[in-house]
Design a protein around this ligand. Structure first.
Ligand SMILES: NC(=O)c1ccc[n+]([C@@H]2O[C@H](COP(=O)([O-])OP(=O)(O)OC[C@H]3O[C@@H](n4cnc5c(N)ncnc54)[C@H](OP(=O)(O)O)[C@@H]3O)[C@@H](O)[C@H]2O)c1
Ligand SMILES: *[C@@H]1O[C@H](CO)[C@@H](O)[C@H](O)[C@H]1NC(C)=O
Length: 376
């Protein structure tokens, strides 16, 4: 039996779903000769660690109990009463992760799984990779800070996986890496990588006012609590940056041109969310509708996409042919068109749900299993 020890950083929606997937896949993995051993789980304030790092992970009953405790909004440290494992507080926990990394990294191997939404994990990740550990990320932030950090994380490219950072569980990164390593030059990537903005653009195409569509999207649970976090385009820009860097572009977030769907005067530092939804948004309806109509008169539709072509990397609204994979997009799916030498007239198209705890966690789990050859 092959053992894969791992530490999970972050147990929010995605992290908890991952733990549940790991537990429910026990028998499947065991038929494949695999055992995923969760030796530690951390949140923003604490870290719970198995008593016997070398021989066993946290028990499945503890992992499931942990999910219940976190779902109820409580802290991980509450589990200390549970009798198994030890909890460490902040900032002690960072040192503890590195201690385990140095203990297991070159001995049994260790995967650090980043399901947090924090900038802070990059410090630990870089050092752990240096100690022979592997990293699996759903968190985009470590890959979208400095180019120097990005390079350090990719010191051993076979030791890092991050499929869920772009398009959640969709095989975007894996497909792109296969294209790149076969020497097939990528001419252009154009993609709708936000479920929220995909939904918004296809609804305004039907003539509905932007203000109404955004409110609908919010009540359907498609948006962040403050929809401006989606409408500003920053999340799409982070995904675009990851794709561009994989293609070899040594660029930073600030070199990406980002079109925000709301003006600076309606920013979070000037307007409350309520004001934005009640008064601000409706001021934008007319302009968007005019753009939709202009596009329609050319037989086109508007989509909020990232475009990576040559050294250009842009994020914003583009007019696209109605009869194309992106033009046909309805609802909240992600759609990515990749144009290469092999896929020149007809692009390679990747489409499907690009968000959700379940698919995202499934992508993370597949990444972990994909590292199995590095373990014994
Ligand atoms: N949900 C999706 O559909 C989706 C899709 C693709 C990618 N992602 C990415 O997946 C990641 C997780 O998403 P989510 O929806 O699960 O987020 P979330 O519910 O906000 O959970 C974040 C978790 O990270 C923990 N955390 C914060 N700072 C930390 C630190 N320094 N060290 C360790 N843990 C820390 C938080 O701790 P507390 O519990 O103490 O606050 C929380 O448990 C994000 O980066 C997100 O962008 C999500
Ligand atoms: C993801 O999990 C969080 C926390 O449990 C929950 O609030 C949210 O509704 C879930 N999202 C989806 C799309 O299921």
């Amino acid at each position: 039996m092959k053992n894969i020890p791992l530490i999970l950083m972050g147990c929010g929606g995605v992290g908890r779903q991952l733990l549940q997937h790991i537990v429910s896949c026990r028998s499947l993995h065991s038929t494949q000769g695999l055992c995923l051993r969760v030796v530690g789980v951390g949140d923003s304030t604490s870290l719970l660690v198995s008593d016997d790092l070398l021989h066993k992970g946290l028990d499945d009953t503890v992992l499931l109990q942990l999910c219940r405790v976190k779902s109820a909004g409580e802290s991980l440290s509450k589990l200390c009463d549970f009798g198994e494992g030890r909890a460490f507080g902040h900032p002690e926990s960072e040192g503890k992760i590195l201690e385990i990394a140095s203990q297991l990294g070159r001995k049994t191997g260790l995967v650090l799984v980043d399901c947090s939404a924090s900038f802070d994990t990059v410090v630990v990740l870089k050092q752990a990779i240096h100690m022979g550990c592997c990293a699996v990320l759903a968190n985009k932030k470590p890959l979208t800070s400095s180019m120097e950090d990005f390079k350090k994380l990719f010191t051993y490219p076979r030791h890092i996986r991050h499929e869920s950072t772009v398009g959640a569980g969709l095989p975007v990164i894996a497909s792109l890496n296969r294209i790149i390593c076969s020497g097939d030059p990528v001419h252009q990537i154009i993609g709708s990588l936000s479920g929220t903005l995909g939904y918004v653009m296809s609804e305004v195409e039907d003539g509905k006012p932007l203000s109404q569509v955004v409110k609908d999207a919010k009540s359907l649970g498609y948006t962040e609590p403050d929809p401006r976090d989606d409408l500003g385009g920053m999340d799409v820009a982070r995904k675009a940056l990851i794709l561009a860097r994989i293609l070899g572009h040594q660029i930073n977030l600030d070199s990406i041109q980002i079109e925000s769907l709301y003006p600076k005067e309606m920013g979070p530092d000037i307007m409350t969310v309520e004001d934005f939804l009640d008064r601000g948004l409706s001021l934008l309806d007319k302009d968007i509708q005019a753009r939709v109509e202009k596009a329609a008169s050319n037989g086109n539709v508007l989509r909020y996409v990232c475009v990576i072509e040559g050294s250009r990397c842009e994020v914003g609204i583009q007019e696209l042919p109605k009869n194309s994979p992106l033009g046909r997009l309805r609802g909240s799916d992600n759609v990515l068109e990749i144009y290469t030498r092999c896929y020149s007239k007809q692009p390679l198209v990747i489409q499907g749900a690009g968000a959700g705890n379940d698919t995202t966690a499934a992508g993370v789990l597949a990444d972990i299993v994909d590292l199995q050859d590095l373990f014994s």
